[in-house]
Design a protein around this ligand. Structure first.
Ligand SMILES: NC(=O)c1ccc[n+]([C@@H]2O[C@H](COP(=O)([O-])OP(=O)(O)OC[C@H]3O[C@@H](n4cnc5c(N)ncnc54)[C@H](OP(=O)(O)O)[C@@H]3O)[C@@H](O)[C@H]2O)c1
Length: 348
């Protein structure tokens, strides 16, 4: 087995369910990332968000990803409402993946992370209440708390698994050493981490380590927050507080360079009769059956487009053309502003 080869059986079709690691649940091959319905990408339309959640469940999506800090509880309450008003079968199939640990201010700032066991128990109690469920399917700290050994944070989640309040343990944006330390405490279902055609940092060490340990990947930012969706334009006005207004990849010359890559990718997509976003999602799906892309759709039309990626099979020639259009390391700018890069265990 080469170091980047998935140890899991590759499905014949991208829409076959995928298992999140050897310890995790089997899920629909695309998850819905709900963050943008509450925060970070400007105003969202509540009715359209609920309709998008319902459309996703209706299409068979099972994994709903959120964070207790997305809109300070707003996102979990939205998911609660969507599940309460969904058909019983869809509600029962749905799996919640929740991040915790971020400390916020009234003004919306982020002031650090709290991974102490007593904080884990406190965050969990609030999340269960807001979600209206008796358990969370995958629970993870959003960023490692530098003052608390990961063993203690994961140990506290493992106790919640014992108690039946959590089903599986996940991690977010951690590096290979932390993966190993966490996996020595309890089985880890998945690592949630940014992975896309223009964010390939995990390929060198983190992905091979996850595979060695039997840990799945839920990949976020597969469209680089819309940058490589084919819909983002140079003149797009961003609301105050939109993450993209601060992201190095969306600034000045970096944005021009990155949108140039998108145009190269568009040629490949058009040659196959599919959209740019579908090509970018299909590429992540093609990286291994242990990888589940989370798409951040907050409108039904975007969701429908994303789901279309499941019908695309990429040949070796397609993959070569995609990689020629967007070579490894071709993007300009870091994936987070410097202050946020400092919180990424995965980048150290
Ligand atoms: N663990 C972590 O550290 C972490 C960090 C960030 C996110 N996440 C999770 O990952 C999820 C996905 O991340 P993301 O929203 O940043 O990534 P994304 O899927 O790369 O970007 C989503 C944005 O792309 C645009 N877009 C254009 N066409 C689209 C299409 N067909 N389908 C979906 N989106 C399309 C939308 O922007 P417009 O609506 O403005 O057009 C949307 O808000 C989040 O919701 C969150 O649950 C985790």
């Amino acid at each position: 087995m080469t170091k980047n080869e998935s140890p899991f059986e590759t499905p014949v079709h991208p829409s076959v369910p995928r298992r999140l690691g050897t310890a995790g649940p089997s899920v629909f091959p695309l998850g819905l990332g709900c963050m943008g319905m509450s925060a970070l990408y400007g105003e969202a339309d509540r009715a359209e968000s609920l309709a998008t959640l319902h459309a996703a469940l209706d299409a068979g999506v099972t994994l709903l990803d959120t964070g207790d800090f997305y809109g300070m509880g707003h996102n979990e309450l939205l998911i609660n409402e969507a599940l309460r008003t969904a058909p019983a079968a869809a509600r029962e199939r749905a799996l919640t993946s929740v991040k915790f640990g971020a400390l916020r201010t009234v003004e919306g700032g982020f002031t650090g992370y709290d991974g102490r066991p007593e904080a884990v128990r406190n965050f969990l109690a609030y999340s269960l209440q807001r979600l209206g469920r008796d358990h969370i399917d995958i629970y993870r700290i959003a960023r490692v708390d530098p003052d608390v050994p990961i063993e203690e944070t994961v140990g506290a989640i493992a106790e919640a698994v014992e108690a039946g309040h959590v089903r599986h343990i996940g991690l977010s944006e951690v590096g290979a050493d932390t993966l190993r330390r966490a996996a020595a405490v309890a089985p880890i279902a998945d690592l949630q981490i940014e992975y896309s055609l223009i964010s390939r940092g995990i390929e060198e060490e983190i992905l091979p380590t996850a595979r060695e340990l039997g840990i799945g990947i839920t990949a976020y930012g597969v469209l680089s927050r819309g940058l490589i969706s084919g819909h983002f334009t140079r003149d797009r006005a961003l609301a105050p507080g939109d993450f993209r207004g601060m992201s190095p990849r969306f600034q000045g010359d970096n944005l021009d360079r990155n949108l140039g890559l998108v145009e190269a990718l568009r040629k490949v997509a058009e040659g196959k009769g599919v959209s740019v976003a579908q090509t970018a999602i299909a590429w992540v799906l093609s990286r291994g059956a242990d990888i589940v892309p989370l798409v951040g759709a907050r409108r039904r039309d975007r969701l429908a487009e994303a789901l279309g990626a499941l019908d695309i099979s990429l040949s070796a020639a397609d993959l070569a053309a995609i990689e020629e259009a967007v070579p490894v390391g071709a993007a300009a700018g870091d994936r987070y502003p410097a202050a946020q890069m400092a919180h990424l265990d995965s980048e150290h």
